[in-house]
Design a protein around this ligand. Sequence first.
Ligand code: MTE
Ligand code: MO
Length: 198
Amino acid sequence: MKTQNYIIVLLIAFSFVMCNSPKKDKEETVSTEKTSKTDNGKHPVLSAADSLKMVNHQIEVKGDVEFPLQLTVDSLKKMKVVTIDDFKVVCQTGEVKKDDKICKGVLLKDILEKAKIRQNGHKDRNFYIVARASDDYKATFSWAEIFNNPTGDNTYILFEENGKPVKNGEMIAICKNDIKTGPRHVYWLKSIEVYKVK
Ligand SMILES: Nc1nc2c(c(=O)[nH]1)N[C@H]1C(S)=C(S)[C@@H](COP(=O)(O)O)O[C@H]1N2
Ligand SMILES: [Mo]
């Protein structure tokens, strides 16, 4: 009896050690990754090779849409191209990060109209739209902002700045009438995702 109890205790202790140690290691790795990535909100400095890996040659329009799209700079050029003058990128801190004299892009609204949000009647309008980058930086828009507000006429996917292809990827999402334009300026753009509010 005594030996049996001893074995049971040993087995419990052993399984406890087995279950916990790998898990702990994993958690530690994840949390270190997180700190180094965000670095107190500062941008990590990437090598030229690493930032090249972030570049996408096409953006995916997906989610609750009838016609998922894959858009390249060339396909944007075939849509209604708009010229935007004097666009400044201002960080939330107030710092001016970029000052474009002239840029070219397509309205996000036109892209979403092409992909056609899957709506069930006119009251079905609680959707949010995520512009996501390769580094998982993201900005969010709402259906009402894009389709029932002046913001919709000021939200673009850019492909050209000052007569040259954009830097940091091939396409950038911007919202010209934000107070601070930095937060919804998404470079290394990878996808435009449409989701219904559950
Ligand atoms: N993909 C991606 N887009 C991004 C960011 C980012 O980290 N990744 N930073 C944002 C912030 S905080 C600002 S102010 C502007 C300008 O950032 P920059 O200083 O890196 O040019 O881009 C925004 N877009
Ligand atoms: Mo910023």
